[in-house]
Ligand binder design. Sequence first.
Ligand SMILES: Cc1cc2nc3c(=O)[nH]c(=O)nc-3n(C[C@H](O)[C@H](O)[C@H](O)COP(=O)(O)O)c2cc1C
Length: 164
Amino acid sequence: MENIFHRISVRKYEDKEVEPEKIEQILRAAMAAPSAANQQPWEFYVVTDRKMLSLLAGTSPYAGCCKDAPAAIVSCYRRNCQLPDYADVDMSIAMENLWLETDALGLGGVWLGIAPLEDRMAAVEKVLNLPPQLRAFAVFPFGYPAEARPQQDRFDSSRIHYVR
Ligand SMILES: Cc1cc2nc3c(=O)[nH]c(=O)nc-3n(C[C@H](O)[C@H](O)[C@H](O)COP(=O)(O)O)c2cc1C
């Protein structure tokens, strides 16, 4: 579990391709996530096309690091999943799995917030020309890290409330 305490947001990447086996392993971790009623609402787009990565960089004011990333995973969910109210929760768990596995493989990435902001979701859907049954959830540029730092220590015992 050491990756929980090692994972950071990585926004700078080496100019080096990520091996397809590693990308598949990251997506295996994402799809290992639990979901409400086991609905698995996800679909994942793996983007390595440079023009597409530049376009994704413009889908939110805070997505600029996509431009120079070797790859990005765009996570999406199906509108018609069994429990749509839980789709964001399910997708978030999958994103954390994906992020931790990225770290475990010696790679780095960052979750770029898209959902639930309608304008960003629509922008990503337009760039990827997603089918109407899919909603964009998040963009995750990743690669071999060109930055490193220890994770911020956020443990705060005052946030823990024991009911005895
Ligand atoms: C839901 C969510 C949305 C985020 N959106 C962005 C974003 O749009 N752009 C960005 O550079 N980082 C984004 N981040 C990364 C956070 O800024 C980062 O996780 C936080 O500052 C803690 O830093 P750490 O990941 O290095 O521990 C997002 C993270 C989460 C969980």
